[in-house]
Design a protein around this ligand. Structure first.
Ligand code: URA
Length: 202
């Protein structure tokens, strides 16, 4: 794909509304070999300004939940279904999601994580290619087809849901803790995140 290095898009003008509304393309951040990859919907105003996914209030909620689970944000990869900010923060359209799909699939294939976590309804429905009742299905682990690979995916509510409804916070934190554990990361696990067990401790 032109304007794409396997993980990052350097140049793309496929979506006219997004080209008009973005100030930059927001690529995924985090290790190129992360065990855990979070997939959000699309950049918002803060992300568009900083050029990094989840750096606004939703990002703080995610960072806190990761921290509570014993993992620093820098240890995971964070990306979005769509890499350019939609106008007025509307949902990405079906065409926009489809235009960006190849980048997302290639990024996930290149990183090859043990677990992908979809943050919210839009990325969950996009990756599973079916409608998702996220309040009921958050916490479920499914296998999904991503390009040529079968990928283990954990469904999560969007961190912003906890800002609208504080009673969702415990459930969100439990899902993130489960993601950390399933990916073999975090303080409480016997794996230190590089895929090697800490055998030297014994
Ligand atoms: N919400 C998202 O879905 N993605 C971001 O990067 C920020 C907020």
């Amino acid at each position: 794909m032109d304007g794409f290095d396997g993980r990052c898009v350097t140049d793309c003008e496929q979506c006219p509304d997004l080209v008009a509304s973005r100030s930059q393309i927001v690529n995924g951040v985090g290790p190129d070999d992360a065990d855990l990859v979070f997939v959000g919907e699309a950049p918002g105003a803060n992300e568009d300004e900083k050029g990094e996914p989840f750096v606004g209030r939703s990002g703080s909620v995610l960072d806190d939940a990761l921290g509570d689970a014993g993992v620093d944000r820098s240890a995971v990869r964070i990306t979005n279904c769509v890499r350019c900010r939609p106008p007025e923060n509307r949902d990405p359209t079906t065409d926009e999601l489809a235009n960006c799909r190849g980048y997302l699939e290639a990024e996930i294939e290149s990183v090859d994580p043990s677990l992908v976590v979809t943050l919210g309804k839009v990325p969950s429905e996009h990756l599973l290619d079916r409608s998702v009742a996220i309040t009921n299905e958050a916490g479920d682990v499914v296998d999904c087809r991503l390009g040529d690979r079968s990928q283990r995916v954990l469904l999560s509510m969007h961190p912003a849901a906890t800002l609208y409804d504080a009673s969702q916070r415990d459930a969100f934190e439990a899902t993130i803790a489960s993601a950390v554990s399933l990916a073999g990361l975090g303080d409480g696990d016997s794996d230190d995140g590089d895929g090697q067990s800490r055998l030297g401790e014994f």
